[in-house]
Design a protein around this ligand. Structure first.
Ligand code: SF4
Ligand code: SF4
Length: 479
């Protein structure tokens, strides 16, 4: 021990080594639900990047794609440009509030059933169970000396884990590049070094987190359990051992008489099925991910004993207290906190949908020339220069008719387009491209100007019936 350690801890480590958890297979309502949710989520995850979506010739045809090199995001019929990244922010906000609402209503349902760590750990444990057997067989195998049989089983398990990790991380990568092309390139040996290294990093992470770190990720690495308790109230659903009914615990009575004792027979099955290895009878704990498998285990025991189910219950504190006092229970889904979460969720969702539905498929930017700010021509008129950028987010080429408003008699000259000193100029922009134009605005000498006068550029896309106005200023010498 280093100097300064207390005499009571001399010679002993203050840190307990983590215990390997060997979860036992559970069966019952929550296990079935968990399996179905996992299959659904895994199917969506693995299948989604292979789904095609026709966006016309020359466009990406992957339904869900975050095309980093093309700087574009695609989600079914929605196409997001880099400057529209606030839509993704809106989606994240939506997800966060949805999570708050689900937690307030159903407790740690995210952790127990849908979190990616939970789903993949469950899959990896299922593989382990298939290769090495259930809990007792795995404990025996781990304790046994190394032999050809043990080596073979361990190698087979790790090989299957590695295959799943490779497949999982490749699937992640093809959300960012065309799935078919990238996979063809992989088999043809044309994958870039960058993509291969990312594949390696994600494979190693999946393999370690789901295969070996497992519950350690939930208990020590994930921040979510630390602040989700702020979303709970006494009506949120949580997994709890009903000690008023279970205690005093003891071995199962041979005569089946539970008079004067609790229903818990101290069989330990609830601990054995727990993926984080905790004993829920010690009370609510941060390490409890709310998977409810201990409920399945205990309900099986209660059924065999002919005792009522749900000694470990998935219910609100209010109902548990009511049951303990013999009062009727009730489910309160509509509460101030859930109503606020639901209201905010609805408002954000509606806002996002309305912004998406009404968004323009073109945007313009105008940059005033700084040096010089203005030029006085020989006839006394004043000229300003601008760089105009028109972003055409449509797949087809568009014509934008540019005109001016705000200063009488102002005329336009666009280098390379239309006549000089015209009232309106047609600016063509290719599909899915940004057009850049040098524009000069000239104001005749008889027009009185301040040092800075507001000027509007009007962009009229007749074919698409779109009209955009962008304000800027026109600089002139002091009167
Ligand atoms: S205590 Fe029960 S609900 Fe909590 S993690 Fe363990 S098995 Fe799942
Ligand atoms: S499974 Fe039920 S009966 Fe068995 S130890 Fe756990 S709480 Fe007690």
């Amino acid at each position: 021990m280093p100097d300064g350690s207390s005499s009571g801890t001399q010679g002993r480590s203050l840190f307990a080594a983590s215990r390997k958890v060997h979860p036992r297979a559970a069966s019952g309502h929550f296990r079935r639900l968990k399996t179905r949710v996992s299959i659904l989520l895994l199917a969506i995850y693995f299948v989604a990047p292979w789904i095609r979506w026709d966006r016309g010739p020359g466009a990406a045809d992957q339904a869900i794609l975050l095309d980093m090199s093309g700087r574009r995001g695609y989600f079914l019929g929605i196409e997001i440009w880099p400057q529209e990244v606030y839509y993704l922010t809106g989606l994240l906000v939506l997800g966060a509030i949805g999570l708050f609402l689900a937690t307030a209503l159903f407790g740690r349902v995210w952790c127990g059933f849908t979190c990616i760590q939970t789903v993949f750990t469950d899959l990896f444990v299922a593989v382990e169970r298939a290769v090495e057997g259930d809990r007792n067989a795995r404990i025996r195998l781990d304790a046994a000396p190394w032999s050809a049989g043990k080596l073979g089983r361990k190698a087979l398990k790790n090989a299957i884990w590695l295959l799943i990790a490779l497949f999982t991380s490749w699937t992640w990568l093809i959300y960012f590049s065309d799935a078919f092309q990238s996979t063809r390139d992989l088999f043809a040996g044309r994958t870039s070094g960058w993509m291969l290294s990312m594949w390696g990093v994600f494979t190693a992470s999946t393999f370690l987190f789901a295969g070996y770190a497992r519950e350690q990720v939930c208990i020590y690495m994930c921040p979510w359990p630390r602040f989700q308790s702020a979303m709970f109230d006494e009506d949120s659903l949580i997994v709890t051992y009903e000690s008023w009914r279970g205690e005093p615990r003891g071995k199962a009575p041979k005569d089946g008489n539970f008079e004067g004792r609790g229903d818990c027979i101290d069989c330990g099955l609830c601990v054995q099925v727990c993926p984080t290895g905790i004993d829920i009878r010690n009370g609510s704990q941060l390490a409890c991910i709310g998977c409810a498998l201990c409920i399945d285990a205990c309900n099986g025991v209660m059924a065999k004993l002919g005792r009522p189910a749900n000694l470990i219950s998935y219910d609100s504190v209010t109902n548990q207290v009511a049951r303990a006092k013999g009062r009727p229970t009730r489910r309160r889904l509509l509460r101030p906190r859930t109503l606020i979460y639901a209201g905010v969720l609805l408002a954000v969702a509606l806002g996002l949908v309305s912004v998406l539905a009404t968004r323009s498929r073109e945007s313009v930017s105008i940059q005033h020339e700084r040096s010089p700010l203005y030029v006085r021509l020989s006839d006394g008129s004043v000229r300003n220069g601008y760089t105009v950028k028109i972003q055409n987010m449509r797949r087809t080429a568009q014509d934008y008719h540019l005109s001016l408003a705000g200063i009488d008699g102002a005329t336009l000259t666009v280098i390379g387009y239309g006549d000089e000193d015209a009232d309106s100029v047609r600016l063509p922009v290719a599909g899915d491209a940004v057009g850049t134009f040098r524009v000069y605005v000239t104001v005749p000498p008889e027009v009185r100007l301040g040092r800075e006068t507001s000027l509007d550029f009007l962009f009229n896309n007749l074919a698409a019936d779109q009209f955009l106005v962008q304000g800027t200023m026109f600089a002139a010498p002091p009167p």
